[in-house]
Design a protein around this ligand. Sequence first.
Ligand code: 7GP
Length: 835
Amino acid sequence: VKSVEASIPEPQREAWKKHQVEGFTDKDGFEKEVVRHVETTLARSLFNCDEGAAYSATSLAFRDRLITEWNRTQQRQTTADTKRVYYLSLEFLMGRALDNAMLNVGLKDVARGGIDDLGFRIEDIIEQEHDAALGNGGLGRLAACFLDSLASLNYPAWGYGLRYRYGIFKQEIINGYQVEVPDYWLDFNPWEFPRHDVTVDIQFYGNVRKSQDENGKTVAHWEGGEIVTAVAYDMPIPGYATPSTNNLRLWSSKASSGEFDFQKFNNGDYESSVADQQRAETISAVLYPNDNLDRGKELRLKQQYFWVAASLYDIVRRFKKSKRAWREFPDQVAIQLNDTHPTLAVVELQRILVDIEGLEWDEAWNIVTSTFGYTNHTVLPEALEKWPVGLMQHLLPRHLQIIYDINLFFLQTVEKKFPNDREMLTSVSIIEESQPKMVRMAYLAIVGSHKVNGVAELHSDLIQTTIFKDFVKIFGADKFTNVTNGITPRRWLHQANPRLSELIASKTGGHEFLKDLTQLNKLELSIDDDAFRKEWAEIKYANKVRLTKYIKKTLDVTVNPAALFDVQVKRIHEYKRQQLNIFGVIHRYLALKAMSPEERKKQLPRVSIFGGKAAPGYWMAKQIIHLINNVGAVVNKDPDIGDLLKVIYLEDYNVSKAEMIVPASDLSEHISTAGTEASGTSNMKFVLNGGLIIGTCDGANIEITREIGQENIFLFGTLSEDVEDLRHAHTYGSHTVDSDLNKVFDTIQSGTFGEPNDFGAMVAAVRDHGDFYLVSDDFQSYIDTQKMVDTEYRNQDEWVRKCIRSVARMGFFSSDRCINEYAEGIWNVEPLVVK
Ligand code: 7GP
């Protein structure tokens, strides 16, 4: 590997070195780069440079800098020849790149001055950027936070994903209903580098022929079918306050040049030859818009194999350059499966090693299982992936055979350990003996990995005691572990809340806390400092004013920034229980209506803010959105209510909107039915920005409580160990709904919020159909806890103290801590120190 450099003759090396691009370091250099890009790359001038062009040129200037460091980082890693991590994720919810790049390389102030000289405001320039929204929610955003931490901590790491032409749809609210609009985001994307020379041909369909080699060994040949080409697009990922710049490689599909039917084309059958091309391009065309739900579409399986096969080809190609023996593969490569979506990678690596490289099955399988780790992100049964055997056979005939072999050998070891236990065999078999037969991807991922982790303590306990309990018996408890999720403080504090970040820096001895979040604990020393608390409160207020203006501009509703801002923003899902929140809002509205004007004057004004997308095919989630909007339409113009209650639905919730909303919250809601939310990560973001939480004992709420103290969080509701009994009682006992909740239902059904029939199913789900999510069980304690919130919010001094204490104790929830745990406990990789 050292020969890489030595292979270039000295004079040549000198010439290259002399002209190495160094990138700007000061305002003048920055301006020069921006003007150069406006005038040459964009072919514009001072006279027709609008904010869009200024954004593009600024981004290109920063991109140039990043790519120089990217090149050096790759060179450094190749020379050091140490183990790399590959994070395979079908979703990367990156959001905007420019602000992040400016802050991570430490040149935002330089850029601010330069942009100003050129006649623009940096805030307006940042706003020009379209979010890279290649994800649905928590799982995709976690992947993005991980990339930031991996680079910031100098780990040699690559992300691999798909370059969707359309990310998550844009949400519009029209007459109170969600309407989906396609998100075409690639018009001009300065952050990606097409690598038209880095391509991989991917095979689908066809059939398997077996032959004997000269030693009498059976060899499988996967033949025929169709070929689609994967083209690499790279996005540089800058670390914070380090030159390390990692790579996110996204694959785009196109018709393979060998496949494009020139015969047809020349014969004038233009349409069908174009149709072939379009079919190939369809693979990476669109992100499936489901969160915590598996729909089992054939195209989705095609996406998965396409992406996994291209990524593995790339990883293997890189490994082979080092000329090491295959058994060293796991010493050089760690691959993390972000949920089961990339599980075919297990099968593909086994296929490469056995069919193409000629290794023996057992040796290959050892390499495979030492290489992979699997992270589970949900226990919801409707989200656990299964693929029909027939579909797998058709699309990936050789892979199905390998899956059957993996299963056979696995079941043989189970049989040895648990002789004559047929129930055990059926329960853990990778193939579900149903009609039709299905491949259980989570089981395949467990069998193919050396570590399996959940994403918060409760969740990791639950997977070991429920959905995967038999695998714990088979493999032992050591194979299963927990890595509680985290978030990057760079984006979610420094970038989203610059004033708070500066205030914290002034009290903790500089910006060190952005690299070591535990340093936040120094804040507690300043808690009795009146000026500090005043400044803290002012920052929160200013963030609320900013959101107030946004609400006025987009919805034409005036809200009082002094009111308590109560926020629930996340994907709309019955298990996340936005319905509980809106029922609570209706209860509050009825209570206010029943009061005398004198009594009303004593009440605390509140703004209930909602945001989030519903999967286009999730009817009930869309009903919930409709109800929230209809309640807002009535409440917001009720003269009896005025400022006391406003109900706001923020359209098209995404990463960049979160950066504005999160710092503006006083209270945020994380109120899933206990045992259903694997972790949650926005709970961490809200607390880190000085907001308190109302929440259930679920996911990471439990660990947040442990860290910040139970006096600083509003917990309520059923515990996860009681959920099953309650559900059973709803179905088999008599299920009654208390009178307060019934009043809410009666109001809905009287037509107060639109057509009485519109929300019949939502009410019936609770009242008549078993109330699976325990809304009725938790309603009263939710209302009582909200009353406590009102009381405590009135004591502003104590409230602010709670917020400061909470922030001071949030150090644990940095994604840096999380990545270090993966690196040590699962990947066995070390950072590459940059001199
Ligand atoms: C989510 C979980 O719902 C959320 O609780 C967790 O914080 C996040 O992953 C990151 O770990 N799961 C998904 O988004 C999801 O779709 C099924 O999981 C594949």
